[in-house]
Design a binder for this molecule. Structure first.
Ligand code: AMP
Ligand code: MG
Length: 702
């Protein structure tokens, strides 16, 4: 039975370069393996996509993987066309013919001319039609209805069965696939030649090579695509993501049946007649894949895990778990970018003046006194001067105004004497002075933000200035908070003497909010296994991550760790850190759980040091740790080797002072402090004036 390791969907495009910013109607690709779907990749032009495919195929071959690569355009034409053009019935001869005749650069290609030349070979008018160019092309009618006496069928056999599919003869207008075929088959033909013997073309050849090229069509899962598109994802990105994910989740036996098609000349659409199976397999891919069950496993035999090692493990195992949506840029403050953003226009868009003054052509201004006649009118910000300023003349310009044609240099108004219809000043003057060049800040199409960037207020200025209206962002990570312990009661209620008020939950909920995530308050659980279980089940439904506090050690009443132990995915992380007892990490119904210590100081420190960066990775930010400030200590302390210590600290007069008590029940110290001091794993003696690593709370996002 034929089976594959990697599944790739390619959404092709017949048009010209689409620019750096990911947008629709461009080329998109997506790779899925074993049900895990990568983030869709945007390709601004075919040259880039061909290079990407070339690299992908090389990588698959050298990793000994079998790859199923699907393209969304027909691999063949209606019966008779291949023979009429090449003298052979073999559609692959037609591929080579097209590769030989089509020329293609990011800016232009000859597809309309080639189509016209092909039409000229046949009697009647057609079969190709549609012209996206201004100039007319001989033998290529602009309208489909202008065709007559066509020697070929309008559609391939498969297309008479695929509802909503387009005719391969249509080269222009919405949804036309004709241009995609003409511009796609040459690329496939080249790849096939470059990897000769390693690529089989379906359904023309037996799929015995490691790489298969397959014709597929996202139209088959349209209802699904529409649903995702309604949530804001770029249509093409959604199509390749859903299709690649679906292919990789198909039952191998079903996949085998779906490939069992014989059509030696026209080709076929993979999955036609199997829409139900495709849709069912596409379903799961709406969300990023869940974390692996062993993602929190510690290597056996580890006793006290150093903080750095714990970080490295979290960094390596955690990945984004939230989907993406498109927002207006001005609604995206605090959100994490799911795709990189490129400038839609340059800043400044045109050369303009940086000062109020007078503009002229700078090249010819010599040393010594100068007098230049003024043209009538002026150029102001938003009110440009539309005429040309003649050589040897000057014009009044105001800050921010576009430089009129003939002007490249501006002199400050303070440096001129204004006469009657002229200005006088002293040269020489450097050409270009007091002006801003177009794109000197940002050039159009360059990347301004990478994936994972959390949008800050200044970013809104840059997005706006560079004409970016929409951004693709991650949905907010939902974080459930549960407090555990029989001794806890709700703040504000009457408490028995043996009870304490729940301090962790309000603190954690507030921290989550300030981190930019969505807090989900799940209340408290008593020290009772089944009550806790019920609450965890609910939390796993409502949130992407669960934070519990209390009950995380290995004692009789430590129900969090006991319960998480039942999942088989738990690791009790004995991290060499103070404050903080074991941190219990596990997946509960696919949802990651951080079992924090109950002591509020330890709960806060463990949240900042472990849960915060971990949640950032889950939220799509990637792994980020704050940068410490190196500042002189105002305190004295000797510490033993073997664990990293965090002290509640604050900055006064340029020095770091620490809270008098290190007791982890001393909540007042958390409020007294404005940050944490980090003391190294090794032994250390800190005396006043020694530089220590200080993290203000703000470094964590608080
Ligand atoms: P545990 O980790 O459950 O053994 O709790 C350690 C200490 O933290 C005990 O003194 C608990 O009473 C206290 N504690 C646990 N949860 C909270 C909470 N939500 N608010 C305040 N103190 C707590
Ligand atoms: Mg407890």
């Amino acid at each position: 039975m034929i089976s594959f390791d990697s599944f790739v969907m390619v959404d092709w495009s017949g048009g010209n370069d689409r620019g750096l910013a990911p947008k629709k109607d461009a080329i998109w690709t997506c790779v899925a393996r074993a049900g895990d779907t990568d983030v869709p990749v945007y390709h601004r032009n075919r040259q880039q996509a061909e290079k990407w495919l070339d690299d992908l195929i090389s990588a698959e071959l050298s990793a000994n993987r079998r790859a199923f690569i699907a393209f969304d355009f027909p691999f063949g034409y209606p019966v008779g066309f291949a023979h009429a053009l090449t003298g052979q019935d073999d559609p692959l001869a037609l591929w080579d013919w097209l590769a030989h005749h089509i020329s293609d650069t990011p800016r232009s290609n000859n597809r309309f001319d080639v189509a016209g030349a092909i039409n000229a070979r046949f009697s009647g008018v057609g079969p190709f039609w549609g012209n996206g160019l201004k100039r007319d092309i001989a033998h290529l009618p602009r309208k489909g209805l202008a065709r007559c006496d066509m020697p070929f069928a309008e559609r391939r056999h498969v297309e008479t069965r695929a509802k909503g599919s387009f005719s391969c003869w249509q080269l222009a207008g919405a949804g036309s696939v004709g241009s995609q075929i003409l511009m796609g088959l040459p690329v496939l033909a080249r790849l096939r030649q470059r990897f000769a013997g390693q690529v089989s073309i379906w359904p023309f050849e037996a799929l015995d090579a490691p790489i298969a090229f397959v014709e597929a069509w996202p139209g088959l899962i349209n209802p699904m695509v529409r649903k995702v598109q309604a949530e804001g994802e770029i249509r093409d990105a959604a199509q390749v993501r859903l299709m690649a994910g679906a292919f990789s989740r198909l039952d191998p036996a079903v996949l085998h049946d779906m490939l069992d098609v014989k059509n030696a000349e026209e080709g076929w659409i993979f999955g036609l007649g199997y829409e139900g199976a495709l849709m069912a397999a596409a379903k799961n891919s709406l969300q990023p894949p869940p974390l692996k069950n062993d993602c929190f496993a510690l290597p056996p035999g580890v006793d006290w895990t150093p903080v750095a090692q714990a970080h490295a493990m979290l960094r390596d195992t955690l990945s984004c778990v939230v989907g993406a949506e498109t927002l207006r840029a001005d609604q995206a403050l605090g959100r994490v970018l799911a795709l990189p953003v490129a400038a839609m226009r340059s800043n400044p868009p045109q050369p303009n003046t940086a000062v109020d003054g007078y503009g002229f052509a700078g090249g010819s201004i010599d040393d010594g006194p100068q007098v230049l006649p003024l043209v009538e009118g002026r150029s102001a910000a938003g009110a440009p001067y539309m005429d040309i300023v003649p050589q040897g003349h000057a014009i009044r310009v105001l800050t921010g105004a576009s430089l009129p044609e003939g002007v490249d240099t501006v002199i400050l108004q303070e440096d001129v004497t204004l006469g009657d219809g002229s200005i006088a000043f002293h040269g020489a003057l450097r050409a270009g002075v007091n002006t801003r060049k177009a794109g000197e800040d940002v050039a159009a199409d360059t990347e301004i933000f990478p994936t994972g960037r959390r949008i800050r207020p200044a970013d809104l200025a840059l997005l706006s200035a560079t004409g970016v209206r929409d951004v693709s962002v991650r949905k907010r990570l939902r974080v459930a908070v549960i407090s555990t312990g029989d001794e806890l009661t709700e703040a504000g209620s009457v408490a028995d003497p043996h009870q304490i008020y729940d301090a962790n939950r309000p603190m954690l909920l507030a921290m989550i909010k300030q981190f930019g995530f969505t807090p989900v308050d799940m209340g408290r659980a008593p020290d009772d296994r089944s009550a806790l279980r019920a609450l965890m089940d609910k939390a796993a439904q409502k949130a992407d991550v669960i934070l519990t506090s209390g009950g995380a050690s290995a004692g009789d009443e430590d129900h969090v760790s006991a319960l998480l132990g039942e999942t088989g995915s738990m690791s009790l992380w004995r991290i060499a850190i103070k404050p903080g007892r074991p941190l219990a990490l596990a997946l509960w119904k696919d949802t990651p759980v951080f079992g924090l210590p109950g002591n509020p100081v330890a709960a806060m420190v463990c949240t900042l040091i472990f849960a915060r960066p971990a949640m950032g990775a889950l939220a799509g930010e990637g792994w980020r740790m704050p940068e410490p400030l190196m500042l002189p200590a105002a305190f004295e302390k000797t510490k033993k080797p073997g664990r990293r210590e965090y002290l509640r600290a604050r900055l006064r007069d340029g020095q770091v002072e620490v809270f008098t008590s290190e007791g982890s029940g001393r909540i007042s110290g958390l409020s007294w402090a404005e940050g944490l001091v980090e003391l190294p794993d090794e032994a250390a003696h800190i005396s006043p004036g020694v530089l220590v690593r200080y993290y203000p709370y703000s470094a964590f996002g608080l």
